[in-house]
Design a protein around this ligand. Structure first.
Ligand code: URA
Length: 216
């Protein structure tokens, strides 16, 4: 069993052609249980690329990223940060939903393994090269570690303006900035008394990603 999407990459690296090729990716075993590949979606020349972890239950059914509860919170936070969603391209580090079944019924999200994140990374890097965003926002540790390395800690560096590491060997001009923050589902699940504060910090991180953008 191959554990990389690399053999599935098309010669033509346009978003449409990448999405078509990704729909039959068997680069790891997650395709077996998922309903479909959920490729990125949004403006093909978006100045802001938002990268989540993996599609959730709704995304797996609808075939689009961020259409479930986390996506609704993200949409509200973008609005509060003054970011027009039309200026974003939304995608995930892993393109298939990974889950277990509770009592054979409800599908419960499972975190993708490092092997699965690495296997799927070629799609994400190609999306970055195709969209050439001014800023990439990593939503949560899985996205951040896919692009910034396994030693990266969101808690230590959230909201900071960073760059893609050179060892990713990316060919993107001008070089995108990278900002990492928490995953919106962490706020959806947050039942603590600090929820409002945590939501406000998330919006602040999105604002810091937006600052300095040419067109926003
Ligand atoms: N969580 C993610 O990381 N991505 C989605 O698309 C939906 C939920």
């Amino acid at each position: 069993m191959a554990t990389s999407a690399a053999p599935y990459l098309p010669d033509d690296r346009s978003l449409d052609s990448l999405a078509a090729a990704a729909s039959s990716c068997h680069g790891c075993s997650l395709y077996k249980d998922a309903s479909q590949t959920v490729f990125g979606h949004g403006r093909p020349d978006a100045p802001i690329m938002l990268v989540g972890e993996q599609p959730g239950d709704r995304e797996d059914v609808e075939g689009l990223p961020f259409v479930g509860p986390a996506g609704r919170l993200l949409a509200r936070a973008l609005d509060d940060a003054g970011i027009d969603p039309e200026l974003t391209y939304q995608t995930n580090a892993v393109k298939h939903f990974k889950f277990t079944r509770k009592q054979g019924k409800r599908r419960i999200h499972q975190k993708p393994s490092r092997t699965e994140v690495v296997a799927c990374q070629p799609w994400l890097l190609c999306e970055i090269e195709a969209v050439r965003p001014e800023v990439i926002v990593c939503l949560g540790a899985t996205a951040a570690q896919s692009l910034l390395g396994t030693a990266f800690r969101v808690t230590a560096h959230r909201g900071e303006v960073l760059h893609l590491p050179v060892d990713l060997d990316m060919h993107v001009e001008p070089e995108p900035r990278v900002v990492a923050t928490v995953h919106p589902s962490a706020i959806v699940r947050d039942r603590s008394e600090r929820r409002q504060e945590n939501y406000a910090s998330f919006v602040d991180d999105l604002r810091s990603a937006r600052s300095g953008l040419a067109a926003v």
